[in-house]
Write a protein that binds this ligand. Structure first.
Ligand SMILES: NC(=O)c1ccc[n+]([C@@H]2O[C@H](COP(=O)([O-])OP(=O)(O)OC[C@H]3O[C@@H](n4cnc5c(N)ncnc54)[C@H](O)[C@@H]3O)[C@@H](O)[C@H]2O)c1
Length: 284
């Protein structure tokens, strides 16, 4: 029998690209987000509005679920107390509910910001030690460690996807860090269909010529990215890069997140395109 999957962050940008492919591989897709409504649902998809920081709500949603794709989070650098509910307590709630309800695996949307303080000239591997570039990155380090602990003590498998930049290429940094939406979907599918993952960490990055994120330790996941940000290089270098190049964070993997003060948003400088699936014709 096909499994029941829970997707958190279903109302978000990456969630919008994952809902349909996930619904195609499971009996029922339970989608959840704090938003009231996420629009038209797929045939076998059910939607429940819930707050990640509310244990009872999250526990009820995981009943009968064999796999969780945990993508819900506050996605910005904000003061610690604002981050606490969704990103720290929310992660605990997901794994503790998984334990109580006998869920076998969590695929987690971690981030490059867990290791954002390393110099960009350094090639990072899944085994590279954490160096968070702010409270947001710290919440990803916390959750990766939480996932490791729940695997070691309770056997819940986890695949932590250190996603770099899953958004259309708009900066020089994203020529190295881009993860296309197609490659994101492939990565999540491999994290689900690999027979045994144990506790794994893998970078979410496309096959970019300029990337220095190496998945050498995570070949067992079988992720073979197809896209390459180089096709955007001419367009990016024809633009005005002065603001980006003057930013000290540009020398570090975390980009503007690495140079902003703790708790202060750097989203504008990242030039993220807030498009959900269907909003724009195609990224290529
Ligand atoms: N997009 C990227 O480039 C990127 C890079 C690295 C990591 N990630 C991670 O991928 C995941 C998805 O990112 P995204 O770009 O789609 O962001 P997004 O902000 O579009 O989606 C996050 C979703 O989480 C939901 N959420 C926030 N607080 C919640 C709460 N308390 N309870 C329930 N739901 C809550 C939001 O409503 C939102 O729909 C996040 O965990 C993010 O940290 C994304």
């Amino acid at each position: 029998m096909k499994k029941m999957i829970l997707l958190t962050g279903a109302g978000g940008r990456l969630g919008s690209y994952l809902r349909e492919p996930l619904s195609n591989i499971c009996s029922t897709l339970i989608s959840t987000d704090i938003k009231e409504d996420i629009g038209k649902l797929n045939e076998n998809e059910k939607y429940f509005s819930a707050d990640l920081s509310n244990f009872d709500q999250i526990c009820a949603l995981t009943k009968g679920v064999s796999l969780i794709c945990h993508f819900g989070a506050l996605v910005d650098e904000v003061p610690f107390n604002d981050m606490l509910g969704a990103n720290f307590i929310g992660s605990y709630n997901i794994w503790e509910a998984a334990r109580l309800n006998n869920c076998k695996r969590v695929v987690y949307a971690s981030s490059i910001h867990a290791v954002g303080m390393y110099k960009r000239i350094k090639t990072l591997r899944p085994k590279t030690a954490h160096r968070a570039d702010g409270f947001y990155g710290l919440s990803k380090c916390f959750t990766e460690n939480l996932a490791r602990m729940y695997y070691d003590k309770c056997g819940i498998e986890a695949v932590c996807l250190r996603i770099a930049t899953c958004s259309p290429v708009t900066t020089q940094r994203s020529l190295t860090s881009w993860l296309s939406y197609d490659d994101l979907v492939q990565l999540v599918m491999r994290a689900i269909d690999t027979a045994h993952t144990g506790y794994s960490v893998i970078y979410g990055v496309s096959d970019n010529d300029r990337s220095n994120l190496s998945n050498i330790d995570s070949g067992h996941i079988g992720f073979k990215p197809k896209d390459n940000a180089e096709i955007y290089a001419n367009k990016i270098f024809a633009g005005d890069l002065s603001e980006e190049l003057e930013d000290e964070g540009n020398k570090l993997h975390g980009g503007a997140f690495a140079s902003t003060d703790l708790g202060v948003s750097a989203m504008d400088k990242m030039k993220i395109v807030y498009s959900h699936k269907g909003d724009v014709p195609d990224e290529r």
